[in-house]
Design a protein around this ligand. Structure first.
Ligand code: SAH
Ligand code: DHB
Ligand code: MG
Length: 222
């Protein structure tokens, strides 16, 4: 098996059960035209996020890391009419690209983008009582994934989900001498070993984005 096969399978999935409409394609084109890196979730993973939003019966979703808004559009489409998604993005120019794509996709009224380092946005969310969230998707700077997860755990309702992208990173999760992000993601897993408030798993993935994986945690009742 090689990367070409993994990509071909993702393409086939995209031609069959995970087709993208014009608004999603438009969001990717706008991101590319603006020079954003093409590091959004793969179409199959994006569809899974949408299904998880629906399965959780989510009305409030929080995302760390907006980029051009691809994953946010998919999740917002899984929300009911009165559902809301807040997405946090460090770069103002990325946030602006995303906002335009949200309007074009018809989800502009359901999504709020906040600009700035995500950690700095959290006290305001807390003060406003923006939570508790039904689903939190963590997909920003990987070294902070454990910090975002810790906050998310305190602000997600029982029965809600916390999903963290890019936790495997070509297998570096298994390397005790890996880079700073790898150390942080190992620490997150070790933290969850002793955390009774969640039941979690990590699924390794191959596809258009190479070899990686994501963590899904169900928040248990009190
Ligand atoms: N969720 C997006 C992809 C996000 S890529 C999708 O699947 O469509 C990661 C994003 O996190 C980038 O846009 C990057 O600018 C942003 N980011 C990096 N560090 C951040 C930080 N400290 N706070 C908020 N966003 C950050
Ligand atoms: C990067 C970030 C992501 O969220 C991702 O899915 C892939 C790569 C990155 O920062 O390189
Ligand atoms: Mg990611």
């Amino acid at each position: 098996m090689d990367q070409e096969t993994f990509s071909a399978v993702d393409r086939f999935i995209g031609e069959t059960i995970v087709s993208e409409d014009e608004a999603l394609k438009g969001a990717l084109e706008a991101a590319e035209a603006a020079g954003l890196p093409a590091i959004q979730v793969s179409p199959p993973q994006g569809k899974l996020l949408q299904l998880l939003v629906r399965l959780a019966g989510a009305r409030k979703v929080l995302e760390f890391g907006t980029l051009g808004g691809y994953s946010a559009i998919l999740m917002a489409r899984g929300l009911p009419e009165d559902g809301r998604l807040i997405t946090l993005e460090a770069k103002a120019e990325y946030a602006e690209v995303a906002r335009q794509s949200f309007e074009k996709a018809g989800v502009g009224d359901r999504i709020e983008v906040r600009v700035g380092p995500a950690l700095e946005a959290l006290p305001a969310l807390e003060a406003e009582g923006a939570g508790p969230f039904d689903l939190v998707f963590i997909d920003a700077d990987k070294v902070n994934t454990p910090n975002y997860f810790t906050w998310a755990l305190d602000h997600t309702r029982a029965g809600g989900l916390i999903v963290a992208d890019n936790v495997v990173r070509e297998g570096s999760l298994a390397d005790p001498a890996g880079d700073e992000a790898a150390q942080a993601l190992r620490r997150l897993h070790e933290m969850l070993r002793d955390e009774p408030r969640v039941s979690a798993t990590t699924i390794q993935t191959v596809g258009v984005k190479g070899y990686d994986g994501f963590l899904v945690a169900l928040v248990e009742g009190a």
